[in-house]
Design a protein around this ligand. Structure first.
Ligand code: MUC
Ligand code: MG
Length: 367
């Protein structure tokens, strides 16, 4: 169970359709596949998605920090030394998706070594999650059409709508069109990626008051401290902290400061070890949890479902698990399938997935 090598492999898979939101847009999945090898010949995998506009990480930066800082610290440790590994990686500031991918690849290797699914090791609460689909910026008719297709083809009935544009009326019109087009039974919530001011957010939320929204996420920056607190106190839906609250300390600060009342957990940035810390804090504080999407590929999405399904609180709401559908291809030998609006945990050891070596050869950009 000793870690003997950590590989960081860049790959590039285009999206069929870009995802656009207030803080950026993604046209290509320029991710990093992380492989942790042990002296028993076991290989654990995970993927790191660079999101420069959210965390400042780039594909080259992720590879550099893994190869030059993290791998030398972790080599020689046992797969069960997860607290040691977290402490060593934690000495470096930032680099959340690089750290998370190492953590999750270690968990995958541990599950494979023990012959148990990671989701069972984490808690094993249930074996699947309902899926929420994230709708990026587009014309109202196109977004309604996409949501209808997701409902018809995959049975998805929960949608997160990207907002935060100017004029805000563009987004208000989209959310109204979605409610009118999809009817009262779907769950709708909005995510602004910090695009609006607090007053634009308050005004837009008033204009959408009749649309039965379930949550509002990061409508304005958390750094607008008093404005954000003023906004959150007047809303009658939970306000989800996403990129503003990625660690237990940040969650505590935002929530005790009155700037958030719910939390998004993304395994892509807190791995399994860090996500459990945030989840247990959320339980203690009484916060609702949504399993978020870091615009993950299939490997990242199976990590989200493994964690989300493992615990009661993280499996209550639909998880954001479907944006891999917009990628032109992926790396798994057996592609993920969303059925009846749900994504199941893979039953095999570890994460229960295998990398297709031919596809990896085709999409990796370092050879
Ligand atoms: C989300 O929930 O915000 C867009 C930017 C990012 O960091 O994650 C995505 C989705
Ligand atoms: Mg978000």
């Amino acid at each position: 169970m000793k870690i003997t090598a950590i590989e960081a492999i860049p790959f590039r898979i285009p999206y069929l359709k870009p995802l656009k939101f207030a803080s950026g847009e993604v046209h290509v999945a320029d991710h990093v596949l992380v492989r942790v090898r042990t002296d028993d010949g076991v290989v654990g995998v995970a993927e790191a998605p660079p999101r420069p506009f959210t965390y400042g990480e780039t594909q080259r930066g992720i590879i550099a920090v893994i190869e030059t800082i993290f791998a030398p610290q972790v080599l020689g440790l046992e797969l069960t030394d997860r607290e040691q590994i977290a402490a060593l990686l934690g000495r470096t500031v930032g680099n959340p998706t690089a750290k998370a991918a190492i953590d999750m690849a270690v968990w995958d290797a541990l599950g494979r070594t023990l012959g148990l699914p990671v989701s069972v090791l984490l808690g094993g609460f249930t074996d699947r999650m309902r899926v929420s689909h994230m709708l990026g910026f587009d014309r109202p008719e196109a977004m309604v059409e996409e949501a209808q297709r997701m409902r018809e083809v995959h049975g998805i009935t929960t949608f997160k709508v990207k907002v935060g544009r100017r004029p805000a009326s563009l987004d208000v019109a989209v959310v109204r069109a979605l409610r009118e087009g999809l009817g009262p039974d779907v769950v709708l919530y909005v995510d602004g990626n910090r695009g609006w001011t607090a007053s634009e957010s308050a005004r837009s939320m008033r204009q959408m008051a009749d649309l039965d929204l379930a949550f509002a996420e990061e409508l304005c920056p958390a750094d607008d401290v008093l404005g954000r607190r003023w906004l959150v106190q007047q809303l009658d839906v939970p306000f989800i902290a996403d990129e503003s609250a990625t660690t237990p300390a940040e969650v505590t600060r935002e929530v005790l400061g009155g700037s958030a009342t719910a939390v998004s957990i993304k395994t892509a940035r807190t791995g399994f070890t860090g996500s459990q810390r945030v989840l247990h804090l959320a339980e203690g504080l009484g916060l609702e949890v949504v399993m978020g999407n870091q615009i993950d590929g299939q490997l990242g999405s199976i990590c989200t479902v493994a964690f989300g399904a493992a615990h009661q609180r993280s499996s209550l709401h639909a998880g954001e698990l479907s944006n891999f559908l917009d990628m032109s291809d992926d790396l798994l030998t057996e592609p993920l399938r969303i059925e009846d609006g749900a994504l199941a945990v893979r039953p095999g050891p570890g994460l229960g997935v295998e990398i297709d070596e031919d596809k990896l050869r085709h999409y990796r950009t370092d050879t």
